[in-house]
Design a protein around this ligand. Structure first.
Ligand code: ZN
Length: 198
């Protein structure tokens, strides 16, 4: 993706989502194969699954940005300076990649159809059926606690800021929520997501 395209959820992200469910099933299932639900409840399970799905998609977006910045630098070295376009793209993609993690992860728990198909478990899940909520810091904390995965804003910023084109164009991405430095592109991450800072 490049200038102005909209982030989309990748197939690989969905596969990772289902892997988290499998991991949680294994780690919350008794020897008899009965789901005990004692370790990880259904809400936390879905939260973790969406958290890793969006984390992966977020990394894909930033990797695409990095590759495009490197290509832009090659073009620039060939005599095609385009710092304005590069700044516009970074301003668009850097904060929106973080917003993807914090804004768009709406999850849907057990549907009514699912509950009626499995009445025994349905009784457990029915309190949550057809409810939705936004993925939040607790879901990323669970991902970190159980799988050791956590988005790391400062590492990403250092990676991008080390690219020659960023230095040539005097552009710097920052993990701070906002600020007044016109040379910086801010993340928009609120204090609630300080766990993304190292
Ligand atoms: Zn799921």
């Amino acid at each position: 993706m490049w200038f102005g395209s909209t982030p989309t959820i990748s197939d690989a992200g969905i596969v990772l989502h289902e892997y988290v469910h499998a991991y949680n099933d294994i780690n919350s299932t008794s020897a008899a194969g009965i789901v005990t639900l004692t370790h990880i409840d259904t809400s936390a399970d879905e939260g973790m699954a969406y958290a890793i799905q969006y984390t992966y998609t977020h990394l894909e977006i930033l990797n695409s940005l990095k590759e495009n910045l490197e290509q832009q630098f090659a073009d620039q070295s060939a005599g095609d300076p385009s710092c304005d376009n590069i700044r516009t793209a970074v301003q668009s993609i850097w904060p929106s990649s973080w917003a993807l993690l914090t804004d768009s992860g709406v999850e849907y728990l057990a549907s009514n159809a699912w509950v009626s198909a499995f009445p025994l478990l349905g009784a457990v899940f029915s309190a949550h059926s057809n409810q939705s909520r936004t993925i939040g810091p607790n879901d990323y904390q669970s991902l970190s606690n159980h799988l050791g995965v956590l988005p790391d804003c400062d590492s990403m910023a250092n990676l991008l800021n080390g690219l020659p084109v960023m230095q040539a164009c005097c552009i710097e991405v920052s993990c701070e929520e906002s600020g007044t430095d016109s040379g910086r592109v801010y993340s928009g991450l609120t204090n609630a997501y300080s766990l993304f800072r190292n």
